[in-house]
Ligand binder design. Structure first.
Ligand code: ADP
Length: 173
């Protein structure tokens, strides 16, 4: 039987507990999961591509399954085809993601109808986690350790030139 390959694309700036949950659950659905880390200059990432690749590799290293982390800077469908993928994996949080994801899946289907986009509902407890908010909270000195693995929290603190120990719980104004 042919190997079932899935691609999980994203910016992962930085990787959060929500992303890691999707990787863990997605890895069961395929024989090989390729995590595609995009350059995405439009989003002006906090972390460079090599930094994000390293973080993602480190954080998924202990997850069971055949998981590979690679960069990509092309049309998602071209990347998925080049990887021999039959499905694209995306995580879906509440309603906010729906319209964008639905539209993207629809357009990707027009580009290549042999590759299915598969959505995993975000875990209820991880639903509110978004890389953008993690960065925003950290920039204002808030604690992000409930949203990202400890080493990622340390990376963000280091990036902001802070000692990780000084991140504080939200203080009343
Ligand atoms: P992109 O720039 O492609 O949106 P992201 O890194 O923000 O990249 O997200 C990659 C994928 O992970 C998207 O499908 C997104 O919906 C999903 N995702 C992000 N945060 C979570 C979360 N907390 N729970 C589940 N899925 C998530």
């Amino acid at each position: 039987m042919t190997e079932r390959v899935g691609v999980y694309p994203g910016t992962f700036d930085p990787i959060t507990l929500g992303h890691i949950d999707i990787v863990r659950r997605g890895a069961h659905l395929v024989d090989r999961l390729v995590i595609g880390v995009t350059t995405n200059p439009a989003k002006e990432p906090m972390f460079s591509l090599p930094e994000r690749l390293e973080m993602v590799r480190r954080e998924v290293a202990d997850i069971a399954g055949n998981i590979k982390v690679v960069e990509f800077d092309s049309l998602l469908m071209d990347f998925a085809e080049a990887q021999g993928a039959s499905l694209i994996l995306r995580g879906l949080r509440a309603v906010a993601d729906f319209e964008y994801e639905y539209q993207m899946a629809g357009m990707n289907q027009q580009l290549n109808d042999k590759i299915e986009t598969v959505f995993l509902m975000a875990d209820v407890s991880l639903q509110p986690i978004a890389s953008r908010l993690v960065k925003e909270i950290a920039r204002y000195g808030g604690a992000i350790d409930k949203f990202v693995p400890p080493a990622v929290a340390a990376d963000v603190a280091a990036h902001l030139g802070r000692n990780p120990g000084v991140a504080r719980e939200r203080s009343p104004r």
